[in-house]
Design a protein. Sequence first.
Length: 205
Amino acid sequence: MYRLLELYQQEYNPLEPLVCMDEKSKQLLEDSRQPIKAKPGKLEKYDYEYRRKGTSNIFLAVAPKGGVRIVKVTDTRTKEDFAYFIEDLVDKHFRKAKYIQLVLDNLNTHFEKSLIETFGKRKATRLLKKIKFIYTPKHGSWLNMAEIEINIMDRQCTGGRIESKEILISNVMIWSKERNDRQCHIEWKFTRQDADKKLSKHYVA
């Protein structure tokens, strides 16, 4: 926890960017009846019934002080999906960086082994040289700023019914581009001093 809180106090360095990532499952739902569109003085109306159309997974990475977020929609969240998302970060989105300081939780796919099994040792080694994994403490995923960005995405973009993967992709790409164009940052205010004040009774010597 202390390591993360100290990193969050540092200025953004594009050569060593601090990037937080997480993922979220999204259930796809189709309206069983056509919604009634909004009219002047009246809100749009939806029927409570719907049809399930499967699920998709949303990977999200955000550089909180860089004003950059990257989203990718996949059918699943397997080791391979994670490995290809890491490849995108290294070779496409942060290709000029010396290395990426990547904050993530301890999900069983979030480890070097996923890249080795997907790409083989040679390619995995090249990618891993550009990544420094920084794990949140057990039961401490709230320390990952990607959760803040995902909550914003839910409120502004993905919280309602979405009936297909194609619409989901379109929506999150439009949303992320708009926030990137505005260079929206996350201001983290919880400090080491706050942690000691609120949590010290739980510390184990």
